[in-house]
Ligand binder design. Sequence first.
Ligand code: COA
Length: 179
Amino acid sequence: MVSKKAKFMIRKMKIDDLLSEVRQVRSFYSERKHNPDFGYSFAKKKPSEWDLLQNLQWRNKGLENGDMIGSVAEADGKFIGQCSLFCLWPKSEMDHVGELDIAVNEEYRRMGVGAALLKDVLKRNKGRFKVIQTYVFTNNEGSIKLMKKFGFRTVGIVPKMTRRNGRYFDDYVMYLDLS
Ligand SMILES: CC(C)(COP(=O)(O)OP(=O)(O)OC[C@H]1O[C@@H](n2cnc3c(N)ncnc32)[C@H](O)[C@@H]1OP(=O)(O)O)[C@@H](O)C(=O)NCCC(=O)NCCS
């Protein structure tokens, strides 16, 4: 799909996208520095590309075996964002639950990329996951708005889910029933 409104396109996630995703996560460390309330949790210290790659290997495996479904946004041939659904409990009675992760590079936000990614990944899901859940910082206005737009309901709050420099952040549990 090629967007007419802004210059980006959405496509299926490939295993080769892993390194771009690693670089995106690393870029969030400088974003967290200038925005201490940044609504995305990750390792306390910035990991090396190699550490992150090893960490994300399981996602790689998921893309191969169907326990992960992903969409990528590109602008001028470069990775600018991703949205993925992945199974946290493969082969269990909870393997119908897809955990959602979404992130758009800072300079491309509020241009409709997040909405286009979410729409695409839900289309690619094709019944694999029956319910989708995601944890969202209660201060993450953009993400909350985006999830609600696609029918996600807030089903609870997990207090103090993230601890950052001695401050706590609560998470909403947001849920989409596709069954
Ligand atoms: C959350 C995120 C993926 C949204 O992506 P995006 O490309 O900016 O989203 P869109 O441009 O498609 O916007 C979707 C809707 O949310 C609204 N929105 C987006 N960011 C917003 C913000 N910061 N404040 C208020 N509303 C916002 C848009 O106006 C739009 O609503 P509309 O259709 O009524 O106009 C992006 O902000 C991001 O990557 N954030 C950092 C990582 C993160 O927080 N991930 C989510 C973890 S759960």
